[in-house]
Structure formats: C-alpha cells, structure tokens
Design a protein around this ligand. Structure first.
Ligand code: ADP
Ligand code: MG
Length: 627
C-alpha cells in the first residue's frame, strides 16, 4: 500500500489532484459542523448580494440564500450521488461482464446483445428517458446515471474475463473441483479487480458531471435542496447581471472533475502491474550500467569475454543479486555450456551481454563484457544495436512467444536481415529460403508462407535458429533452446547447432539445466549456483571428475539409460533467495560437507588453467579414493 502511494505521488499531477480532492472531501465532510447559515432559508430582501460581503463570503442567490452554505451542502450531495452511481454501475456492470465472459456461449450472446442495445442510445438521451419514466428527483437521477454506465463496465470487464477464462489456471481450478461461484470469486475477481478500480477511478468524474447535467435540466435535485447542477441551472437565469451565482458552482464542478480525473489517471498508472516492479517508465533500450569498481583489464581470452560480471535488480529497497562475479569466455568454433538450476542466474548473465536485461529494475553493477576486445558495457546504444543480431545473436526457449503471431515466418526472417542490411525484398527472400534450408526445414519454399502457429515446436525452434543465423553472427547465445522439445527433436536441434558451429566457426554459449545436453554438445562447461560460477572446466573432466559437491550431486541426479537400477539422489533443500544471499558459500545450507569456515566468508574461485572451483573442501581427494 505504501509502495502504491509512493508510486502515485511520484506523478505530480496526480498529487495535485489528490490534494484538491482531499481538501474538498474534508470540507464537505465537516460541513454540518461548520457555523454556516441554513442553506434553504430565503431572505428576499438580501438577494444577489455580491461575494466577499460581510456575513456572505460568496454572496447570496436570487432568493437571498447564502451561497457558501448552499455550495458546500450542494457539493456534498453531488459527490455522494456521483460516487454512489459509480459504485453501483461498477458492481452491476462488472458482475454482468464477468458472468458473460466466464460462461461464454449463449449466456454471453444474450447478455452482450442486451448491453449493445443499451449502448446504441446516446447516453444522455437514455438517462433522460429513465428519469422521465421514473419521475424527477435526485434518487432517480442516480439510478439513471448508474444504469447508463453499466454497459461501459460490462464491456470492459467481459473482454478481460474472456481472455482470463481460457487460461490454464482456471482450467486447473476447475479440475480441482471448484464450483463456478468459487472460481469467479477466488480466481477471476482478484485478477479483474485492478481493472475495475481503474475504470471506476477514471469514470467517477464523468458520472458526477452527468448527475449535475440532469439536475441542471431540473430532473435531479428538487427545490429547495441544492446540488451543484441545480445551482448552476438557477444561476443561468442571472448569468449576465449577477455572474457569481453561476461562477461559484461552475468553479466547484471544474475543480472536482479535474482533480478526480488527474487522480484517476495517476491511480491507473500506479496500479498497472507492468509498472509496479519498476519506476513509472518503460524499460530502457539497453540495461543501465552503473559500475562501482574499476573496469577489469582485458585478458584477451576469447571472442566473447565476460569478466567479473555483476547484475542486480533494484526493486524498491530490495536488491536481488542475480549475477555475482561471473567470468566466461568463448572462442570461435567453441561451445561453452552454462548449467544450473532454475533461478541460478543463467538467463540474466546471457541477457546482460547485449544489454537486454530490462532496466529498471535491472542494473549492471560491475565487470566487463568484451566482444573482440571492445567493452560492450561502456558502448553507446547505437554501437550495441548494430552488434545485436549482427555479431551476437540469441536463441530463446520458447519461439512461439518470440515470433510475431500475425506475420508469416518468411517475412519475419526477411525483416531480421533487412534490419541490418539494405538489400532488396527479393534478395532478402532468397536469403530467408537459404536459411530455412540451412536449418533443414523440409519444403522450405512453402514453409516461408506459414504463420508461426502452423508449425510444430521443433520447426519453430529451427526458425528461431535460422533467425539467429540471419546476419551471420560470430557468437550465438542459446538460452535453453531445447527445453520445451521432446528428445528426438532435441537431438536433431543439437546436431544442427553442432554442424553450424563446425561449418561456420560459430562460438556458442549454450545454456541448459540438462547434463545430458552438456555432454553431447559442449567443449567446456560452467556450473552456476545462486548467481555465481561454482565450477568450470573441460566438459569431460567436469563430468568424470566433478570438484564441487554441488556438481557431483547434480550429476548424480541424472538417470542413465541401461545403467541398471540405482537410487537417484535428489539434492534436499532449495537454492537461497538472491535478495538474501548468505555471507559465505551459497550452497553450504544444502551441502553435507559444509563446515563453519564455509559459512564465515565469501569463497574465492580457485583456478588451475581451464579448471576452476569455488569450494574450500572440493571432491577431488574423495573421488580418487573411490575409484
Ligand atoms: P535462470 O538461471 O533460471 O535463467 P534467471 O537468470 O532468469 O534464472 O534469474 C536469476 C535470478 O534473478 C532469479 O533468482 C530471479 O528471481 C531473479 N530475477 C530475474 N528477473 C528479475 C526481476 N525482474 N526482478 C527481480 N528479480 C529478478
Ligand atoms: Mg532462464
């Protein structure tokens, strides 16, 4: 809640709106306690007294009634009616929308056609018709305003409900045996509530105006009781001779509606879940870099050289240390594996390379990323942009979410090429075809015209690889590209990547959580745990002679085909949260060899050539004894 208020008040205009509206609300709440004259007592001897006269701060109206008193009482009434109408319209409209969207089919059809009919009338005519049928009066005006706004809420909420109702978590709730009412109340409602609040906050002002409009026409509050609309209506008769009678309620309506709208916009921005985790801004085009320490000297290890990288997420007061002191390098024609449990910082490391971590909340706080010797973290956005895809390309896990659903695959490939090279459409097309053939898609010619949803998972991943290859990059970073695929397709994709690297001398960084894949494809492997590299070395050495207890236990978790029956030992416990990392070894809590010294201080990475391990009591001796 305090986070919401902070976010809200960062928006200056919303803060102004909140202050103005707050003042008005306090004033009307304490109105009965103020030493005001009776708003309805007439005194025709003193009519049309101008404002700022002794005893009548805002003057009097055509019947000599005190304007200040009438204004405050009238505002009280107008606000109450406007708010009540908004709450009623939001409740009924949302209920109708949720029911229509959730049940769908005929229910949806019947309800929404009814709503459409209501929407077919200009709303003020509809309100007039309702008041005409019910008779004038403030309560009837309230009913009319609420009724004409129900369709607005119903439409909005139905749209959101329809998209939510098809989602897996609703299916899961149904499978769990929950009834319709409970699904609606516990699964759907919490998800649409923010939208309801937003829609309400942006329409309250408009409903106050509509109520005032009906009263202005004489259909709302009846004399002698005043609301803002009826005061304005009466003031109109003496607009020229005594303008203060209409200016006073007019200014009040203006203040209320302006402040409600400013505040409503602010609430909408602050409640938007996409903006919650960061500041009130879209992610920047590249990750923010704020290096505390000195930039590491270049050590010319590989084509892509990550040195002591440190990436964090700053969310409010919390600091998530997702990547700490990670150093990796790949040479042309080499494949480096990065392995680790989910949440160990593999993706964040990969995305940091080309400045693709969303900022805010992501910040790179230390280290260097060198491509062919140039430090990418210090590079300008322009230079980074020309390198994205052209020199370093990515393959992601789920190609269905990275391919545009509305464009044909061929057009998307051509776009990726033309983004970096000014070539004709025909040439780009020919190149796309060549790419699809290179990733061994059968009938490449006709597949160019397919939409992503017309392809199978394996086929889409091939398109993802083709897209990464589009501009002949030197480095490909593949972030779990085969995790969503079945084993046979996975084997084909791995073979394809292996061929590409041999044929074209590509450097590949292959991220996975599967040791089987590491063994098949990679030359060297780095094991990550809680944002750090805990072990690194040549693949066959790490697999046959793991040094870190974590690596050993990870390997012990892999079942072997034909290896006979053996107990698979899961690693007990969970990785630590990266916003509460322990002082010493992050694995100590789950490690059976941990001593007090492991927990006392950060453990350094000890190196011996290619081999590195971050452990005080490595497995080496143990394995030798065992063999
Ligand atoms: P993985 O190894 O599975 O690819 P990630 O690199 O995606 O893991 O995530 C590393 C850590 O960073 C995780 O613990 C995750 O909770 C944290 N993290 C990722 N994105 C954010 C974010 N936007 N805000 C806060 N923490 C994040
Ligand atoms: Mg990941």
């Amino acid at each position: 809640m305090s986070g919401f208020l902070k976010l809200l008040f960062r928006n200056r205009l919303a803060a102004v709106g909140a202050v103005v509206l707050g003042t008005i609300l306090v004033l009307v709440l304490i109105t009965p306690l103020l030493p005001l004259k009776d708003p309805n007592v007439t005194d025709t001897a003193n009519k049309f007294i101008p404002p700022f006269t002794e005893g009548h701060l805002l003057g009097t109206d055509h019947l000599g009634r005190d304007q200040l008193s009438r204004l405050l009482h009238g505002t009280r009434l107008s606000l109450a009616v406007g708010l009540a109408a908004a709450v009623i319209a939001a409740t009924l409209g949302s209920a109708v929308g949720i029911i229509a969207g959730y049940f769908g089919g005929r229910t949806d059809n019947v309800i929404m056609r009814g709503v459409d009919m209501l929407m077919a009338f200009p709303y003020i005519l509809l309100a007039l018709a309702i008041v005409a049928a019910l008779g004038p009066g403030l309560l009837n005006a309230l009913i009319a305003v609420a009724a004409v706004n129900i369709p607005f809420f119903a439409r909005n909420i139905r749209g959101i409900t329809v998209s939510l109702a098809g989602r897996e978590f609703i299916d899961a709730a149904r499978l769990a045996g929950k009834g319709h009412t409970r699904i609606i109340l516990t699964e759907l409602l919490p998800n649409v509530l923010p939208t309801i609040v937003i829609a309400m906050s942006t329409t309250v002002g408009w409903m106050i105006l509509e109520t005032a409009g009906l009263s202005f026409l004489g259909l709302g509050s009846q004399p002698p009781v005043a609301d803002l609309g009826s005061m304005l209506g009466k003031g109109r008769d003496s607009l020229i001779t005594d303008p203060h009678t209409s200016i006073v309620p007019g200014v009040m309506i203006f203040l209320i509606v302006m402040s409600v709208n400013l505040l409503g916009d602010g609430v909408r921005d602050a409640l938007d879940p996409r903006l919650k985790s960061g500041a009130l801004s879209r992610p920047r085009a590249m990750t923010a870099v704020n290096r505390k320490g000195p930039v590491p000297e270049t050590d010319d290890k590989g084509l892509l050289n990550i040195q002591n990288l440190e990436t964090q997420f700053h969310v409010g007061p919390r600091v998530y240390r997702a990547v700490n002191d990670v150093s990796l390098h790949v040479k042309p024609g080499e494949c480096l594996g990065v392995i680790g449990e989910s949440g160990s910082g593999k993706s964040v490391t990969a995305l940091s390379v080309m400045g693709l971590v969303a900022s805010p909340p992501g910040v790179i706080t230390g280290g260097a990323v060198r491509y062919a010797g140039e430090d990418l973290l210090g590079a300008s956005y322009k230079s980074l942009r020309t390198k994205r895809g052209e020199n370093v390309a990515y393959i992601f896990q789920d190609p269905l979410s990275t391919l545009h659903p509305l464009y044909r695959v061929g057009d998307q490939l051509a776009e990726a090429i033309q983004c970096h090279h000014k070539i004709s459409d025909a040439k780009a097309r020919a190149r796309s075809l060549e790419l699809l053939r290179a990733v061994r898609i059968p009938n490449a010619e006709s597949r160019l015209r397919d939409y992503p949803h017309e392809m199978s998972g394996g086929m889409r991943q091939r398109v993802g690889i083709a897209m990464a290859m589009a501009n002949d990059p030197d480095v490909i970073i593949a972030d779990e590209p085969t995790t969503a695929l079945d084993v046979t397709v996975q084997a084909q994709i791995l073979a394809l990547l292996d061929d590409l690297r041999r044929e074209r001398g590509l450097a590949i960084v292959f991220i996975t959580h599967d040791f089987g894949v590491v063994a098949q494809l990679t030359d060297r492997v780095a094991v990550m745990y809680a944002g750090q590299i805990v072990e690194q070395g040549r693949t066959e050495e790490v697999l046959s002679r793991p040094l870190h207890p974590y690596t050993r236990r990870l390997i012990a978790c892999v079942p072997e085909l034909g290896g006979g029956r053996r107990r698979l030992e899961a690693i007990p416990g969970l990785p630590p949260m990266v916003d509460k990392l322990p002082r010493g070894c992050a694995f100590a809590a789950r490690c059976d060899k941990a001593q007090d010294s492991c927990r006392a201080a950060p453990i350094a990475l000890s190196r011996d050539g290619d081999r590195a391990v971050r452990c005080l009591f490595p497995e080496e001796a143990l394995r030798k004894d065992a063999s």
